[in-house]
Design a protein around this ligand. Structure first.
Ligand code: FE2
Length: 222
């Protein structure tokens, strides 16, 4: 009986892709940016140690700032990086050139050792992202969950680890100077901070943000 022929006859496609964009800023850029952001975030923390509660667990040492950081001058350099990244996503995805992905909210999260973020989505936005300001080893991967729950119903056995495209949970370690962007509907959470660093160096510090597609000629972003 004839076999399937050479492998070149088989074409593999990927339907319903879930995009995850990542960009690592060169250290020559991120070092000064992160030092300034860390300073600004510590200032915010000192002025509002209570913060707000969202996916963070305040009782475990997870601090969450207020939501309007994109309007504060100290975060303007980061806003520039996000805008450029968002424009590139719009270009690659062929989005309307009469619209832009505009930042609608930005906040900072500081996870002390032992704290984490519960799994959540960002309702009402198109794209969301994270920029890592400080991320010591073991301070908590961000974990994305397959939104196609049907795909989890018939687990198949694999030799060794599953290829990433077939996983239902994908973890990405935080790296200082790295920016991630993903659809706002994608469920994600953050594993506990198990850093063994000392003092403030053990904290996982991230700035997160939401973007929505808005007309270029429309009113400025909130
Ligand atoms: Fe989030």
């Amino acid at each position: 009986m004839a076999g399937m022929g050479s492998e070149t006859e088989i074409e593999e496609g990927a339907l319903f892709a879930t995009q995850l964009f990542s960009r690592q800023l060169p250290a020559s850029e991120s070092a000064a940016l992160n030092a300034a952001l860390l300073f600004a975030i510590k200032d915010l923390f000192e002025a509002d140690r209570t913060g707000i509660e969202r996916s963070n667990l305040r009782a475990l040492g997870g601090w969450h700032s207020q939501l309007g950081l994109h309007r504060q001058p100290a975060f303007a350099p980061l806003v520039t990086h996000i805008d450029a990244f968002a424009a590139e996503i719009s270009r690659r995805n062929g989005y309307s050139t009469r619209h832009r992905l505009a930042i609608t909210g930005m906040w900072a999260i500081v996870n002390a050792p032992g704290s984490y973020n519960q799994t959540h989505v960002h309702p009402g936005s198109h794209w969301s992202g994270a920029y890592y300001v400080q991320a010591p080893e073991g301070s908590g991967d961000i974990t994305f969950t397959d939104p196609r729950t049907e795909a989890m119903m018939q687990p198949l056995l694999h030799e060794g680890p599953r290829p990433e495209a077939l996983r239902h949970h994908v973890s990405v370690p935080p790296v200082a100077g790295r920016m991630l962007m993903f659809p706002s509907w994608l469920q994600h959470g953050v594993k506990p901070n198990l850093s063994r660093a000392r003092g403030g160096a053990a904290e996982r510090v991230v700035t997160s943000f939401n973007l929505s597609q808005q007309p270029l000629s429309g009113p400025p972003a909130a």
